[in-house]
Design a protein around this ligand. Sequence first.
Ligand code: NDP
Length: 283
Amino acid sequence: MSEGSFLHELTGSMSQGAAGNPTVAMVEAAFAHHGLHWRYVNMEVTPEDLGDAVRGARALGFRGFNCSLPHKVAVIPHLDGLGESAALMGAVNCVVRRDGKLIGENTDGKGFLKSLETAIDPKGKSVVLFGAGGAARAIAVELGLAGVKKFTIVNRSEARGSSLAALLRDKLNLDAELVVWKGSYRVPPGTDIVINGTSIGLYDPDACLDLDLESLKPGMVVADVVFNPVRTRFLEDASARGCVALDGLGMLVNQGIVGVHYWTGLVPDAEVMRRALESAMGV
Ligand code: NDP
């Protein structure tokens, strides 16, 4: 079968527990708004079936797909190549068909960067990043590629934190140090950007980061990866201290924008996508 024998161009998402994924509403709203007869379908794929699923997507002419946990690393051997940041991170959340080859990209960090750039140019800036898991790694690598001057990684587990700091130093030649997070953390003077890259606050509007709020200064840009609730306690506290607050929905919408752009070549309408996402999430 050739691609032309399909009524719709197909993209999709391979995840576990995929039911009710608001990304579907966001991506399909973009396709509809731009008059594309494309579909984005959600498929639950078990780890044992991942290889077959990718071969299926390839055979069926999919233009690409997203993949979420637990497939972000395991998908790599099934692909034909990796984009720069995905290769550095060793994790893929977006696959794009380019010249018949399936190329793995990571749009999480790119989405975060686009959202951040609405408030500040990260080039030459000092960043404090809480967390060293998948989201934090994606953000750190992308901000490193965008020219951040100094990273302080603050993480509870030393092993994960030191692995991320070493990645930034060894592969990107950056000034990066780890602070193992024990007790209330004070953001150093001169910090430009403070990011919560942990899952603290997810589904819990009262959860706080163990952080000395007095050390957040007016004008600092403070961003959260958590998008539910949209206004986390961390962002509320930072806004009250005069910081510029960026929510996790901005990152989510922008990683969707990057994905749709990779698949279709279009620059999709951000407002349309954010509205669809908010409506699907009921926020
Ligand atoms: P991971 O499980 O890979 O990493 C979780 C991180 O949070 C680790 O650094 C972990 O520290 C830290 N952490 C969790 N609980 C605590 C705690 N109680 N105290 C201190 N540190 C804690 O998760 P992900 O990186 O994949 O996801 C993190 C968050 O990012 C999630 O809320 C997810 O929804 C969100 N996300 C948002 C996206 C967006 O587009 N807005 C995109 C992707 C993710 P340790 O290493 O010590 O365990």
